[in-house]
Design a protein around this ligand. Sequence first.
Ligand SMILES: Nc1nc2c(ncn2[C@@H]2O[C@H](COP(=O)(O)OP(=O)(O)O)[C@@H](O)[C@H]2O)c(=O)[nH]1
Ligand SMILES: [Mg+2]
Length: 483
Amino acid sequence: MTQTTNTKPRLLIAVPTYNEKENAPRLIAEITQLNLDADLLFVDDNSPDGTGQILDALKSKFPRLQVLHRAGKQGIGSAHMAAIKWAYANKYENLITMDCDFTHPPAKLPELLAAAPGYDIVVASRYMNKNSLDGWDLHRKILTKAGHLMTLLLLKIPYDATGGLRFYRLDHIPIYAWDVVSSTGYGFFFESLYIFFLNSFKINQIPIVLPTRTYGESKMDNSEIGRSVRLLFTLFLTTLMNRERFNIIEPMPPESFDKTLQDEQGWDGYWSGKAKVGTLAYDFVAAFYRKFIIRNILNHFIRKHFKENANVLHAGCGSGQVDVDITSYVNITALDISPMALAFYRKTNKDNCTLVHGSIMDIPLKENSLDGIYNLGVMEHFTEEEIAKILSEFHRVLKSGGKAVLLWPPEFGLSVLFFKALTIFFEKVLGRKNVKFHPDEITRLKSKKQGYSIAEAADFAVADYYFGVRDLFTYSVLTIQKP
Ligand SMILES: Nc1nc2c(ncn2[C@@H]2O[C@H](COP(=O)(O)OP(=O)(O)O)[C@@H](O)[C@H]2O)c(=O)[nH]1
Ligand SMILES: [Mg+2]
């Protein structure tokens, strides 16, 4: 039973504050005079000028005013996020966010609301009219326009993406959409709008002329500018290489996870570290490598060893970037011990697969149920003893004649040597400590002979072995077959 069907949608107006003691009381008075039938939330980061206490004192006079106090300055993006989470938690359908310094004139709010029907997000734009920034100093004008130009050129967002005066239809935006947003600073604005834009949310805009601040100071400083520029380029590069990271996908329901599973190697932590849009150049290079080199060799061996529509298990699926072609060739069940990896896999491969949470040492599937198994970059993370256990599981779930294609880094593969050299460079030349590009590789394949003996010990025959130029000597491809 839903109770909300006949009740009027509720509106929250949220304002982050940091040192706004002159502005906050006046803003509340002006907003209240508009009679918008809205509640007001201020998110104050323990402003040294006492804004928080001033706000608290105003609560008796303005019964629709609430104040969320946070321990210290955590950034404007994080303040917006706190307001957004608070709005969901308190079941508001509509949310407006605005600055406290009157650069977003309260008189604009009715216009913002009037532009909302039929849209999920409305932004106020400084670029629909000329002279929207009259009165601003040159430095700030250049900064604002440069920011706009960059979001336009690099991200191709056709809106004013850096402003904080916004309307959100929270009942149209699923709460998990915000999990994709990483920035806690000013980058929050263009990052969130970019994500909504890429996911085809309906965005409207109204023109705004921005007056300058009369009281107090801007909190935008050079470090904030630096962070925003870095984020902008990260988003740009991620779009080129890992665009699926921006996909808003409903998380799997909790009952699809096996709570008894022990993730001893910490894979979920590894994948969670990548949950936000990555900042590492390594991610970029790795994605390039996966897309243009590894994917091809995988495509080749999957087609070579498995029939069309065969039921195959990707045992240790990770984010599944390499699977995007073969999902239309074979029926994939993607297995991983990390819920976060499964979430990534779904972002990448949408509905083209069955996802299973489980360990490859204890595969939650029936015996003799699979035509094939494959994985890449998995086996080397286990000890020989564990590998024996994994292979006996593969043996159990495969049909007789079924094959497992294992892309396994060899001890002397090119990428292994490359990373060794890179690690030495970072540690010896740049003086970094404990440089680590990926989780430990305990058991690389030392020789073809070792591959054969591991397979035979597990009652498999070797059907194929490849190590060569196809993937620039990255993996040994060991294909084993159940008799
Ligand atoms: N709670 C909170 N509010 C902030 C923070 N940084 C800025 N604000 C508020 O966000 C709004 C916009 O900030 P402002 O300094 O005017 O940025 P500008 O308009 O880009 O110069 C104002 O209401 C600030 O008080 C922060 O770290 N935490
Ligand atoms: Mg301002």
